[in-house]
Design a protein around this ligand. Sequence first.
Ligand code: PEP
Length: 254
Amino acid sequence: MRKTLIAGNWKMNLDWDEAMTLFANLVKLEAENHINVEVAVFPPSTYLRHFYELKKGRNSGLGIGAQDCSAHESGAYTGETAASMIASVGAQYILVGHSERREYHNESNHSLSDKVIQALKYGLSPVFCCGEKLEDRENENQTFVIDNQLDSTIFNLSEEDFSKVIIAYEPVWAIGTGKTASPEQAQEMHSFIRGLVQSRYGHDVAEKCRILYGGSMKPSNAKELLSQPDVDGGLIGGASLSIKEFAQIIDSSV
Ligand code: PEP
């Protein structure tokens, strides 16, 4: 049985006060409600240590993660943050290969593979994002694109390492656009991805692999998306910035 993960990608949003308020509200929500799914947030990494202290003080089970890490171990890479540093401030997860990073920072499959290796080395669970662009979808190339994105990155991992990876299927045309994949489109792609995992690592690994959907998930569509058999949770951008909307999405997954 795969445990649902509802993850909020805050991107480059919220100043310190706003972020503290939102995180404190999430901790409160968790304390006052019976939440039997995993919930995690990915704030800007400057907030991670404070969130860690806050959740430790309140005995909270909320997960925290960074939105990216360096492909390098350490050294002269100005502006970058190493996976070891992210782990050392108490994070458990790391987003790797978000489409905004692929597009605006030209992240290659090679550097994404190195990032995953760094994350795993320091005990972080990578949430590895994949997804096709609009023109790929229009040309019916989506399965080819996803196959290629996985085959040249996380499918090079050993079975033991791969088992620590969470996949997020995020069609690029649905991210931040208000357009969502229909539940049928999401299920079709998730089932395709699980099939790829099965061909590479076998049935047991595929059955345990968590595949999240991301792309304009909101309270109005979350229930249907999350009830698809191969959708094991959500990676939520815009709607994770509102405690009300994020709480409704968490509720939809129960
Ligand atoms: C994302 O950034 O991963 C995402 C899915 O964003 P949104 O929910 O805003 O489309």
